[in-house]
Write a protein that binds this ligand. Structure first.
Ligand code: FAD
Length: 405
């Protein structure tokens, strides 16, 4: 008997493209390649696409439109801005009074992407885990579970998340670093259309904690660079700004990883990586749904060219670099500075951003998905910003931290 309680079906097959991982990036890519007429197989280790969920489900409206998804179909709530709380409880409210992001039913999104891929002809093997990969003349993946055996393909795609086996087995990653996250859902008094973000090395070392209203409940979570996130989440739930507003017992705690270190390359001979496996996430917040889907779209048309004999896999890396390269590079640098910033520095930053001129500049240039655009807008207005706060304060907080890293 197989590990799933029934005799596994033996498979020995070939496909044009084998996608390891049936998350949003893998299913989206599989669907768009199947729609182009390719024979696509997806293997997903879990019995159901979309479950278990370890995600807050916050997505920008513009980004989802750009990738061509009717994201409203999965929306639970609309968000207009954020309330940022500094370690010493300084509060900064940022909102333009219009809907910027949606909280979605993440399981439903993934499920729908999986169903769409199957409607277009992709074959999804659920309960089937990829346990090994060999790239010689052609990529071969070894799978176990409900279906066991080997699958050969023209091209192998690693869409298998932050701890990607495909990336590891093909030598595309060396060392990996993560933000470790824990999240729960609970009934709580909260502003209906505002996200709350809590900063501080004590609450969430090197990252942040969040409260995201879904309409009926809130999703409370945190990420940390140091130690386990679960005890930190429980301490956060017991802290006064949260405990006093809870209206029920928190539900199940889910845990997950946000990748921080990009692979050496996102492709090699007949292999490419997409989504979290390729570290295609927003460096500052870890949000990866939009970036993963957008890169899957680029992967889809590149693969179609390559299998049609008209392009090279390195075009995928080049196109991703052109679209998101600078965003990743600058974002990762800024995140490293923030990770090390002591609580006094974070307090000072929140105070600076609370200055009316700076706040106005932030609101003018804020972009939910493209943080580089926001940073560029701020940099362009640096003289104005420095003019409106004390130069000493600016140098001490921003440049001081820069020099310390
Ligand atoms: C707590 C938390 C909150 C988050 N909140 C947000 C948010 O609000 N907004 C946002 O945009 N992003 C958020 N993210 C990030 C987001 O969840 C990811 O960026 C996104 O899921 C990446 O999609 P993916 O398809 O690349 O990978 P995944 O969603 O990780 O999917 C990979 C799939 O591969 C399967 N798999 C893995 N290994 C194998 C194997 N060997 N064989 C077969 N199958 C395998 C897994 O079961 C999984 O289904 C959050 C992440 C965490 C941890």
């Amino acid at each position: 008997m197989g590990i799933y309680g029934h005799r596994p079906t033996h498979i020995g097959m070939r496909a044009d493209i084998l996608v390891v991982g049936g998350g949003p990036a893998g299913c989206f890519l599989a669907g768009s390649l199947a729609k182009r007429g390719f024979d696509v197989v997806v293997v997903e280790e879990h019995p159901e696409i979309g479950k278990p969920v370890s995600c807050t489900g916050l997505v920008g409206v513009r980004g989802m439109r750009e990738v061509g998804l009717k994201i409203e179909n999965f929306a639970l709530n609309e968000l207009e801005g954020g309330i940022i709380v500094s370690p010493s409880s300084e509060i900064l409210e940022l909102s333009r009074g219009r809907v910027e992001a949606l909280v979605i039913d993440r399981a439903a999104l993934d499920r729908s992407l999986g169903e769409r891929a199957e409607e277009w002809g992709a074959r999804i093997f659920r309960n089937t885990k990829c346990v090994g990969v060999k790239i010689e003349d052609e990529p071969t993946a070894y799978v176990k579970g409900k279906s066991s055996g080997e699958i050969k393909s023209e091209l192998l795609v690693g869409a298998d998340g932050p701890t990607s086996l495909v990336a590891k087995k093909t030598g595309l990653v060396n060392k990996r670093e993560f933000v470790k996250c824990a999240q729960t859902e609970v009934s709580m008094e909260a502003r209906e259309n505002m996200v709350e973000v809590y900063l501080g090395q004590r609450i969430a070392p090197g990252f942040f904690a969040w409260v995201v209203p879904t309409g009926e409940t809130v999703r409370i979570g945190l990420g940390t660079r140091r130690g386990s996130p679960i005890p930190k989440l429980y301490s956060f739930l017991k802290s006064p700004p949260i405990a006093n507003r809870l209206k029920g017992k928190p539900g199940r705690v889910s845990v997950g990883l946000i990748p921080l270190t990009p692979p050496r390359s996102i492709h090699s001979n007949r292999v490419l990586l997409v989504g979290d496996a390729a570290c295609q996430v927003k460096p500052l917040t870890g949000g990866g749904i939009y970036f993963g889907l957008s890169c899957a779209k680029i992967a889809s048309w590149t693969i179609a060219e390559v299998l049609g004999g008209k392009g090279k896999l390195k075009d995928y890396a080049r196109r991703v670099e052109r679209k998101f390269g600078l965003e990743f590079k600058i974002g990762r640098r800024v995140r490293r500075i923030f990770e090390e910033l002591p609580d006094e520095g974070i307090d000072e930053l929140v105070r600076i951003f609370g200055n009316p001129t700076v706040r106005e500049a932030v609101l003018k240039h804020a972009d939910f998905d493209h943080h580089l655009r926001s940073l560029r807008g701020l940099v362009r207005r640096t003289p104005l910003i420095i003019g409106s706060i004390s130069v000493r304060k600016f140098v001490r907080t921003i440049l001081g931290s820069l020099l310390n890293v």
